[in-house]
Design a protein around this ligand. Structure first.
Ligand SMILES: Nc1ncnc2c1ncn2[C@@H]1O[C@H](COP(=O)(O)OP(=O)(O)OP(=O)(O)O)[C@@H](O)[C@H]1O
Length: 613
């Protein structure tokens, strides 16, 4: 460890950029924190930017490295902070990039210099270019454009920071690496750029993956960490087989290491049923050491939130947010209008436009037949109103936590879901005897013993409202003073009535279940979401969930579209390498080839057919 840090600092002292590479559990994030500590020991006035992958990771590093002059942010926030005060240049970039179609724009208003001169460009979760609101993709594209055009920006970044460190560099954008390793060179000032990561754990599409070209050109100096400090021997042997490069990890021979003296266990379980429920497993010996009541140390991983929604109990909410065919019809019509394929009077109702210009597909017909009143209502809205209504998974789930950290509104979730989460948060705080936090959050007026008693009665009543509708709970929280409706909420109801009408009828217990899931009070997580984290026991369910980007048969059979195999292999590597002790993998309806590979990877003695009722 000390040796790795010394190596990193020898590069820093020589004014070089560096990259710390290493397999899972080799201590990259740990080293990043140690590097921060040493930087601040040597120079308390140092200005360091640390870029992480998610807001959750931002909070984790903040907790572990609480230095005042350390600026921790996500990639997008870092770039936006850097460029946001250069409004005229941003506008010029936006015009240029929309003109040459690097940024798509189909709004009614023409984006001209004059039009934009009255707007202040802002960065938000959802873009609305005609109002000057850009979102994630545009922040990246405009930043790159500005760094291309203006050397001054590189000077500014170098003036502001002595170090920029990036955790999980493999999942950052190529443009960002380009800015850091190419553009910053244009300025003569000093800076050290440090990357930390593992190309095998690049699990998102269109990300940089690796920086081998920069290493070959000596733009960045490579340091390798070879040991694995997290996983027991049996898991290290397995994940070595899953790597697509030549890296072979050994368990660390160090009594300080997390995996020191841990025997651990792996099992590959299979069943011939495809509608099998985990609760039906009767032979629990493979789950020795798992404690499904301890969401911090036991995880059950699925490919998608949709697969989890059924298990945790928010099927109606996920259905509303991810499978609304009527809004899909609207999106298709909107696209046709944008592309000039149809020309309609936007003052017509949605129904009138459908009748004139659109033939429902079979599955859309089925959906509207199953939801006649919803369809009828949607048809009656003016097209102008419904065209700006969107529903998607992020609006419901936001940034899911992998452990219990931080609180507050999530900017990805919509106002309605955030409002509901605030109500459930109040219940949670009160029930967990966090009364001061409760009062601070709700401003609930407590002047007398009677007030206290009334509050207790109200929270007790709210706790019993799982079977009530969401609307009833919102009204009760408002009238009892636990969580009042505010302007944002009222605006949402007015402007997104279509969504509100759907959601309000759902039982509140779905919100409770969703809240518990998102706040990591249940052991369930998606396979993407646990990147960077570690747990005692991990149960990975290999179910493609109807998603064609991943395919576990392809992976185990070694047969199928290469890009899909590669993507699945990396995700599987990430999942298996999270376990500090026990790993169980479940495969449903495997072929002979799948079982052969399972034996080769897990060892024949660890492959078992499941017994269940
Ligand atoms: N030098 C060290 N001393 C003590 N513990 C360490 C040291 N290095 C790493 N660890 C511990 O080993 C485990 C793995 O480290 P870490 O999470 O930093 O690995 P990583 O390389 O970032 O993993 P991954 O790429 O899989 O996310 C953690 O529990 C960490 O606290």
């Amino acid at each position: 460890m000390a040796q790795t840090i010394d190596e990193i600092f020898s590069h820093i002292y020589e004014g070089n950029n560096f990259i710390l590479k290493g397999g899972a559990g080799s201590g990259k994030t740990y080293t990043l924190i140690e590097v921060l500590k040493r930087i601040y020991t040597e120079d308390p006035a140092a200005n360091v930017a640390c870029i992480t992958f998610t807001n959750v990771a931002v909070n984790e590093i903040k907790e572990r490295a609480p230095f005042k002059r350390l600026k921790i942010s996500t990639i997008h926030d870092f770039l936006w902070d850097t460029i946001k005060s250069f409004q005229p240049n941003i506008k010029q970039g936006l015009l240029k990039l929309t003109n040459n179609s690097d940024i798509s724009y189909y709004g009614d208003e023409e984006l001209s210099e004059e039009y934009l001169s009255e707007k202040k460009i802002k960065y938000r979760e959802w873009r609305k270019l005609n109002e000057g609101v850009i979102s994630h993709d545009e922040v990246i594209a405009i930043s790159r454009y500005l760094f291309d055009e203006h050397k001054l920006l590189s000077d500014i970044v170098k003036d502001k920071f002595d170090y920029i460190l990036i955790d999980e560099y493999q999942d950052t954008f190529e443009e960002v690496i380009d800015i850091l390793l190419e553009h910053l060179k244009k300025s003569d000032k000093n800076i050290s750029i440090g990357l930390f990561g593992d190309s095998m754990q690049s699990i998102y599409r269109n990300r940089v993956g690796n920086v081998e070209d920069y290493i070959d050109q000596n733009e960045i100096q490579e340091i390798q960490k070879e040991d694995n400090r997290r996983n027991p021997e049996v898991i290290v042997e397995l994940i070595n087989k899953l790597r697509d490069d030549n890296l072979v990890q050994k368990t660390a021979d160090d009594s300080e290491a997390t995996n020191y003296g841990i025997e651990g266990g792996i099992s590959f379980l299979f069943t011939d049923s495809n509608d099998f429920e985990i609760e039906e497993i009767t032979d629990l010996r493979f789950f020795d050491g798992f404690d499904f009541d301890d969401a911090n140390e036991t995880k059950e991983l699925y490919l998608s939130h949709n697969l989890i929604a059924d298990k945790v109990g928010f099927p109606t909410l996920i259905e509303i947010y991810t499978k609304d065919r009527i809004l899909q019809i609207k999106d298709k019509i909107r696209r046709k209008i944008r592309d000039g394929k149809i020309d309609v009077d936007k003052n017509l109702t949605f129904g009138e436009i459908i009748d004139k210009e659109y033939d429902l597909t079979k599955s859309e017909k089925k959906f509207v037949e199953e939801n006649p009143s919803l369809y009828q209502e949607a048809r009656e809205y003016p097209y102008k109103y419904i065209r700006n209504i969107y529903l998607n998974r992020d609006q419901l789930i936001g940034e899911k936590k992998s452990s219990k950290v931080e609180e507050g509104n999530d900017t990805k979730r919509d106002t309605l879901i955030n409002h509901l989460f605030q109500i459930q948060d109040c219940v949670h705080l009160y029930k967990n005897a966090k009364h001061n936090e409760f009062i601070k959050k709700t401003h609930y007026p407590i002047k007398s013993v009677a007030d206290k008693k009334k509050l207790k009665e109200s929270v007790d009543e709210l706790t019993e409202m799982g079977e009530s509708s969401i609307e009833e709970v919102i009204e009760f929280a408002d009238s009892s003073g636990i969580w009042k409706k505010d302007d944002r909420f009222n605006n949402f109801v007015q402007n997104k009535e279509y969504i509100y009408k759907r959601v309000r009828e759902v039982k509140f217990k779905e919100v409770i279940n969703l809240y518990n899931y998102v706040e990591a009070y249940t052991p369930y997580s998606t396979q993407h979401n646990i990147k960077g984290a570690e747990f005692d026991s991990v149960f990975v369910v290999l179910d493609n969930g109807g998603w064609n980007m991943y395919n576990f048969e392809y992976l185990f059979e070694g047969n199928g579209k290469n890009s899909v195999i590669e993507r699945t292999q990396k995700l599987f590597y990430v999942c298996c390498s999270r376990a500090k002790k026990n790993l169980v993998v479940l495969f449903q309806e495997p072929s002979e080839e799948v079982l052969e590979t399972a034996s080769a990877w897990f060892g024949e003695e660890n492959v078992h057919e499941l017994a269940y009722d």
